[in-house]
Design a protein around this ligand. Structure first.
Ligand SMILES: *[C@@H]1O[C@H](CO)[C@@H](O)[C@H](O)[C@H]1NC(C)=O
Length: 268
């Protein structure tokens, strides 16, 4: 039985509202720029890059306050990297910007595969997009440091992504355990804080002295990313990939800083 014209119509409308055209080209790299609406109602441009050969996807967004957020999924190594470059206030003795790098395990199905991402095209680049599913805030306690020089043992992308974060490259003990089981070199990781500092530092927001070590937090939202493939029914016997579902997701990272000065955004 053929599909009725009305169901064909509804399917095609549903698909064209979103992006996705399935190009059967052999391209391995792609760049997609989408306009996204931020939490504060403002609009920003997001760049999604993918490379199916290196098996990576990156998502970059500049926020209205100048903060640059870059997410990179390294599927080969089961690693995701979230880098944030926060603009500083030099007139207050802060550096031009401060880099933070948060590395954690990339779970299966968090984001669509890179070979699907390289085929993603949008019909109307002027549409301002909002994620279909708003995923909840995930709190991550970043209690280990990653050595930048040795980081290639974990993922070749940490070196370039986290160069500007220097001493602020963090990960979690539970993820380290997983990577060690996979055979990753252990000397990359260090428990943090070092030299016996107490694990219960005061919160930076409750610390007045800019030179005090404290517990800092940073919340970042990935505003829009393709988190799932959608399947449609055509004339053939089995459903085919015809689109994506978009998600947004927020992460809150808690980590130690040697000085409150390096947690300048945490003031409430
Ligand atoms: C990182 O590892 C290198 C090479 O082993 C070492 O020389 C360096 O001191 C380490 N850096 C830190 C911050 O531990």
């Amino acid at each position: 039985v053929l599909m009725s014209p009305s169901s064909v119509f509804s399917v095609s409308v549903r698909v064209s509202v979103l992006l996705l055209a399935l190009l059967l080209s052999g391209s391995v790299c792609a760049e997609l720029k989408v306009l996204v609406r931020l939490d504060n109602g403002q609009i920003s441009a997001e760049t999604l890059e993918s490379d199916s050969e290196r098996d990576i996807i990156s998502v970059e967004l500049r926020h209205t306050d100048g903060t640059l957020t870059t997410f990179l999924a390294d599927f080969k190594r089961h690693v995701k990297i979230l880098r944030v470059l926060v603009l500083g206030e030099p007139e207050r003795g802060q550096t031009q910007y401060q880099g933070l790098c948060f590395i954690s395990r990339l779970e299966h199905g968090e984001i669509i595969p890179s070979e699907a991402m390289v085929r993603l095209r949008q019909k109307n680049p002027h549409v301002v997009r909002t994620a279909e599913e708003k995923r909840g805030l995930e709190r991550m306690s970043m209690n280990m440091a990653v050595n930048l020089t040795l980081s290639w043992h974990l993922s070749a992308h940490i070196r370039s992504m986290c160069r500007d974060a220097q001493d602020f490259i963090y990960t979690r003990e539970q993820d380290v355990k997983y990577w060690l089981e996979k055979g990753v070199e252990g000397s990359i990781f260090k428990a943090f804080p070092q030299n016996g500092e107490s694990a219960t530092l005061p919160r930076c927001s409750a610390t007045a002295d800019p030179w005090q070590p404290c517990s800092c937090s940073y919340t970042v939202r990935l505003e829009w990313y393709p988190c799932m493939l959608k399947y449609c029914r055509g004339h053939g016997p089995s459903p085919y990939k015809c689109g994506i579902k978009s998600c947004s997701k927020a992460y809150r990272f808690d980590f130690h800083t040697p000085r409150k000065q390096q947690c300048m955004w945490d003031e409430e």
